[in-house]
Ligand binder design. Structure first.
Ligand code: AMP
Ligand code: ZN
Length: 116
């Protein structure tokens, strides 16, 4: 993949991001348009379009994305009050960036799970 994928370009250092955690295989950075006091995106460095493709193609890497998300939740002080982890997938979910990313939300009550 590479140059035409926004998040591959962040991995490559071609587009700046506020990185909060990096491992050999994953990257966590602040969402540019935060929807909660804490809003971090966690991605595998390797390109997969969505969580279904990632889980099918590399379940171990999917687990590493979850582990990084949990570590960031702890580092951001979210464990006591809780947090939400979300993978938008496909058009009904409004996925805009087709490089799989977990949204980590926290820092305030997050409201109902879905808008009505
Ligand atoms: P989704 O709708 O699940 O695909 O979410 C894409 C997310 O990426 C949105 O929450 C955007 O605010 C976020 N986003 C878009 N561009 C950037 C960027 N350059 N750096 C950080 N977050 C971004
Ligand atoms: Zn990508």
């Amino acid at each position: 993949m590479g140059t035409d994928c926004l998040f591959c370009r962040i991995v490559a250092g071609e587009i700046p991001a506020t990185i909060v955690r990096e491992t050999a295989t994953t990257l966590a950075f602040r969402d540019i348009d935060p929807k909660a006091p804490v809003h971090v995106l966690i991605i595998p460095k390797e390109h997969y379009a969505d969580v279904a493709t990632l889980a099918e193609g590399d379940p171990g890497l999917a687990g590493e994305v979850l582990t990084t998300a949990a570590v960031v939740a702890e580092e951001e002080g979210l464990l006591a009050d809780g947090f939400r982890l979300m993978f938008n997938t496909g058009p009904y979910a409004g996925q805009e960036v087709f490089h799989v990313h977990a949204h980590l939300f926290g820092g305030a009550p997050l409201g109902p799970m879905l808008a009505r």
